[in-house]
Design a protein around this ligand. Structure first.
Ligand SMILES: Nc1ncnc2c1ncn2[C@@H]1O[C@H](COP(=O)(O)OP(=O)(O)OP(=O)(O)O)[C@@H](O)[C@H]1O
Length: 237
């Protein structure tokens, strides 16, 4: 291929049905190595279904999904094991020597090295999600899947998380796919925003190339309009 960047994710003509309902309808997308793609779309349009396919938690009825072997998922709820301390929650899935050191290094990156011996129930929502990010990154995945990881956090904590994710992205060279309903979150983090509708990728915005304020303002309006348009259609059904 003549692409400048190497492809990390290649989804081709994927179809996924639940009963009679076609949730993903010949959907195709690619994500480049170390590219940050945000998937926006109204509730129920199939974002999590796509993420689950990429994470290997589900299989398509038709089409192909090509993803790197090393990948990690962060969900909206932290899914930490309450009976394990923070450090053990991060080392889960690491079997080699030096696991504790690696986990401590990533906990340091998310600002929680001091909490290594804490129990999950003593953490705030934002801290618990930072541990989830540490757990995802400790294996140095090539692809990180983020399923609305900041949706349950308050606005200020969410903004702090955006800064953290940008910083983590610089340090770890993974491709990232974030699912969100939040247009501003999408613009803050994405290289490219994909809007999903009717089981496919409806439109695509290149944020990285559009750095001037006016272009970003226009994109924000367009994105809001396409989301509201989809919601309007959904309300008619
Ligand atoms: N395992 C399943 N069995 C039956 N239907 C399912 C299953 N998983 C998802 N669906 C249906 O597929 C559709 C898409 O669900 P999905 O969770 O992918 O949407 P979403 O875009 O992530 O929504 P939200 O933004 O609300 O999380 C929904 O109508 C949902 O009910």
């Amino acid at each position: 291929m003549s692409d400048v960047t190497t492809t990390s994710v290649d989804v081709r003509d994927v179809r996924r049905k639940f009963g009679d309902r076609v949730v993903l309808d010949d959907l195709s997308l690619t994500i480049g190595e170390s590219e940050f793609v945000v998937l926006l779309g109204p509730s129920g349009c199939g974002k999590s279904t796509l993420l689950r396919l990429l994470g290997g938690l589900d299989r398509p009825d038709a089409g192909t999904v090509t993803v790197p072997r090393e990948r990690a998922i962060v969900f909206q709820n932290d899914r930490l094991l309450p009976w394990q301390r923070v450090l053990r929650n991060v080392t889960i899935g690491l079997y080699e020597a030096g696991a504790d050191e690696r986990a401590l290094a990533v906990l340091d990156e998310v600002g929680l090295k001091d909490h290594a011996r804490a129990w999950p129930k003593t953490l705030s929502g934002g801290e618990a999600q930072r541990v989830s990010l540490a757990r995802a990154l400790v294996t140095e995945p090539d692809l990180v899947l983020l399923d609305e990881p900041f949706a349950a956090l308050d606005a200020i904590t969410r903004l702090r998380m955006h800064d953290l994710v940008r910083e983590l992205r610089r340090k770890h060279n993974a491709a990232m796919l974030l699912v969100t309903h939040d247009v501003d979150e999408a613009i803050a983090l994405a290289d490219r925003i994909l809007v999903m509708s009717d089981g496919r990728i409806g439109s695509s915005y290149d944020v990285r190339l559009d750095q001037d304020e006016r272009a970003i303002g226009t994109a924000r309006e367009d994105l809001r309009a396409s989301l509201l348009g989809d919601l309007g259609l959904a309300a008619v059904h």
